[in-house]
Design a protein around this ligand. Structure first.
Ligand SMILES: Cc1ncc(COP(=O)(O)O)c(C=O)c1O
Length: 281
């Protein structure tokens, strides 16, 4: 990331090296903040309304008023775009700067709004697939909030990385929730399965697209709970997120999945997803 990269902070576009936030910002002190990641394909924001609606859900959940209208958000994001490559807008809103460090909400604060755009790096190992481990989901109950409190997620992802794996797949009370930074799909007995949104997960936008494509193309699918035992019998496992798209898992906890190669349904879905992306530009 270059020092002269332009970012948005509280109404200004400025070089990232000059974008500064107070140490009294509640995002810094408490993680009292939420975020969004919006992919941009062909210089167009992908599923802008859906991302805005998830942003609103996160803001409402932490009782923070939305500081901008849809049009204002659009203007801010568009001002950060650089044509020519796929990118992702990162947006973070904190409850702002308070005079003293106090857990209770301050009566008057102005939210801190930060946004930047970064290139989406194509996932180099897509056709090889990745390895994953299963881990205990040690997070709190409100995982539908896109909170910047990602300590559990980063600790679990780090465990995966240290074992040569790309993702930690989280299990709560014996059932799959999601990856440290992805939703998870499994193909079991020929049916594409993913846990329901009520299962303590982020309502992933990529997840929605996959389910829509499955419906349109008559691929049998279901939003259903998946036990770790069932996951271990899956013929395919995929990870889904805006920045990595759909990634096949070829090994879980050291055991091969789909003969240690991306499975046939992944090839089909990945093609449908790439065609869908192309159709937008
Ligand atoms: C915990 C978690 N679940 C799911 C997702 C996927 O969401 P989306 O497809 O909207 O990127 C993410 C994205 O980063 C995530 O962090």
């Amino acid at each position: 990331m270059t020092a002269n990269k332009s970012v948005y902070l509280n109404g200004e576009i400025l070089p990232i090296s000059e974008a500064k936030v107070s140490v009294m910002d509640r995002g810094f002190l408490f993680g009292d903040s939420i975020y969004e990641v919006i992919p941009v394909y062909g210089n167009k924001l992908f599923r802008f309304e859906e991302h805005l609606s998830r942003l609103q859900n996160s803001l409402s959940a932490i009782q923070l008023a939305n500081p901008h209208s849809a049009q204002q958000w659009l203007d801010i994001f568009n001002s950060l775009l650089e044509p020519g490559y796929d990118q992702a807008i990162y947006l973070q809103i904190s409850r702002g700067v308070a005079e003293k460090r106090d857990h209770a909400f301050p009566t008057l604060t102005i939210p801190t709004v930060f946004a930047m755009s970064s290139p989406i790096e194509p996932f180099t190992d897509l056709n090889k697939g990745v390895k994953a481990i299963s881990v205990d989901d040690i997070r709190w109950q409100n995982c539908y909030i896109k909170s910047t409190n990602l300590l559990a997620n980063i600790l679990l992802r780090q465990q995966a990385v240290e074992k040569g794996c790309a993702e930690a797949i989280m299990i709560k009370d014996g059932y799959l929730t999601e990856g440290a930074a992805s939703n998870v799909f499994a193909v079991i007995d020929g049916v594409l399965l993913t846990p329901p949104k009520s299962a303590g997960i982020i309502a992933g936008i990529t997840r929605d697209v996959i389910l829509e494509l499955a419906q349109i193309h008559s691929i049998p699918y279901s939003e259903d709970i998946i036990s770790l035992d069932a996951l271990q019998t899956a013929s395919e496992i995929w990870l889904a997120s805006s920045t990595r798209e759909i990634v096949p898992v070829i090994e879980l906890d050291g055991q091969p999945i789909s003969e240690a190669a991306p499975g046939p349904l992944w090839h089909t879905m990945n093609q449908l997803f790439q065609d869908f992306k192309k159709s937008l530009s």
